[in-house]
Write a protein that binds this ligand. Structure first.
Ligand code: SF4
Length: 274
């Protein structure tokens, strides 16, 4: 990778799409997301989500988790909902909190899956992504359009073959988009997992769009030009208002004002937005 190479995660792509200046402040200048005093409820919600994700990681590592060891009642209830739910899993290798990076132009795309299950069925490799959600449940249509879905599915279609030994792909067997799914499990709707099936046709469009976004980022990098967004509604969800002189627009209630900037924690602390 060149010295200008970036590690691009979902939060960084969505920051760029929302506002080039937000991307610059967050990803290039690494400015901390300012603390906002009236956002304590959101911080508490995020802490619970973080605790639940850690719990699920331990669960899929096969560690014993007595309910009495979970201090928070809400987290304990979510975990019981998961254990009582009808969510099913295929036979395969279980990879909790698995990271995958894929080169794109001079940069790297990064995804971290809550759980990845990979295996073979009818001599064809498959991959299933699972994502745990503790916020308000969303419908399939909206989840299909979400950049988390699009990026994670694309990452596996482009780079998932690395999860199998070389001799496997040398025998002509590779991971096809049709054999990749992403399942969102909502603690608030535990018996209705949202299962999204990928396809070659969707992948071609999806990957082309991701490449186009990365090319736009490269253009901004080349010119070192990071304009403020025209749509001030974006600023209502942004903690960087003070850097842009847009404080008068006000902050949206429950906005992601405590969004972290560290890539390694994006997966863990990203707020569950409706
Ligand atoms: S306050 Fe508005 S213009 Fe400034 S970084 Fe945030 S979204 Fe962009």
């Amino acid at each position: 990778m060149s010295s200008n190479a970036l590690l691009l995660s979902r939060p960084k792509l969505t920051a760029f799409l929302a506002c080039p200046r937000r991307f610059q402040l967050r990803s290039l200048k690494h400015l901390p997301w300012p603390y906002v005093p009236d956002n304590e409820r959101s911080a508490e919600t995020m802490a619970r989500g973080q605790q639940f994700h850690l719990l699920m990681e331990r669960h899929f590592l096969g560690l014993d988790i007595p309910l009495t060891s979970i201090g928070d009642t809400a987290v304990s209830n979510w975990y019981q909902s998961f254990k009582n739910s009808s969510l099913s899993f295929p036979n395969g290798r279980f990879l909790p909190e698995h990271r995958l990076t894929v080169p794109i132009d001079n940069h790297l795309l990064l995804g971290r899956f809550d759980l990845l299950v990979v295996g073979e069925e009818d001599d064809e490799p498959f991959a299933q992504i699972y994502d745990w959600k503790t916020g308000k449940a969303r419908e399939d249509g909206s989840l299909r359009q979400d950049w988390q879905t699009r990026l994670y599915l694309a990452l596996l279609a482009e780079g998932g073959g690395a999860l199998w030994p070389n001799d496997y792909s040398e025998n002509g067997r590779s991971l096809q988009p049709e054999n990749i799914t992403m399942t969102y499990w909502y603690a608030t709707d535990p018996d209705a997992p949202r299962i999204i099936q990928y396809s070659q046709q969707t992948h071609v469009q999806n990957w082309a769009e991701i490449q186009a976004i990365v090319a736009q980022i490269d253009n901004h990098l080349a010119q070192d030009n990071w304009p403020l967004v025209d749509d001030w509604n974006q600023c209502r969800q942004c903690g960087y208002q003070v850097y842009c002189g847009r404080q008068e627009v006000g902050l949206e209630r429950h906005s992601p004002v405590d969004e972290p900037i560290e890539d390694d924690q994006d997966w863990l602390l990203e707020p569950n937005l409706p």
